[in-house]
Design a protein around this ligand. Sequence first.
Ligand code: ADP
Length: 302
Amino acid sequence: MYDYDLLVVGSANADLVIGVERRPAAGETVLGSDLAVHPGGKGANQAVAAARLGARTALLARVGDDAHGRLLLDAQRAAGVDTTGVLAGGAPTGVALITVDPSGDNSIVVSPGANGRLTPADVRAASGLLHASKVVSAQLEIPLETVVEVVRNLAPGGRFVLNPSPPRPLPAEVLAVCDPLIVNEHEAKVILGEAGDTAADPEDWARLLLAKGPRSVVVTLGAEGALVASADGGVRRVAPVKVDAVDTTGAGDSFTAALAWRLGAGASLAQAAAYAARVGAVSVTRRGAQESFPTAEEVDAL
Ligand code: ADP
């Protein structure tokens, strides 16, 4: 028996957001709105999304011993995430400094801070958590060698889900265990590199990605839904869910969390992706990232 449906290994950031009339050019100072501070980071977002759906969820991450770290921990606990795996100290909490202009265009500077100090040794020290988790998900806002250590420490029969964001080329050792590898269009292009030049459409990306070694692949297509691909099932479309989108921040994170949870519960890849598409669709109807993630009841009501 597993204690957790999902362990998320990844980043936790404080998102510091200021609205501006115009984003500043080099050497320029502009005045903006009051500062808004939101809990974010792909790892923290996935954990909150899964817990809110009802998954028994734990987070393995590193924050600073500071106010932003406490804000992130509070947000995790409020959502019901087990935070025994959240380490504190070594560097300030990661932050994203975000300026947004009236058209919605933004400029973002990320300081990974403590996320960059989540080490392979931290993963080995958390092997109890890894072995207690049915599904483990990760992203790439932590060091790649840390993700490599995660795949080396999975529970026997445990399942690994990766959203390679921000994208970079992946070692074969990591690709081989992804079940699935979940990418949006931009991530698909980076992971494929030159191999993607021959791709005419997302179905081709899915096939080419599968040929790189993962057990299965999901390509998310925003308002167009998603594709799932596996060796035995071929490439299949997941129908989009029609909603009035107001803010797509965190859609991919909630999609990944929901998919990982449903797979652990025994759903097929296509079933899990269809559910995840509904979760992503609800999240885009609301502003923000973690604030926008639905409960299972809200997904059922869609
Ligand atoms: P990312 O946030 O990683 O770029 P996507 O934008 O592809 O990922 O969104 C992830 C999933 O969320 C999509 O596959 C889809 O199911 C859902 N989604 C995103 N945007 C919309 C939208 N405008 N309408 C309905 N569903 C959406």
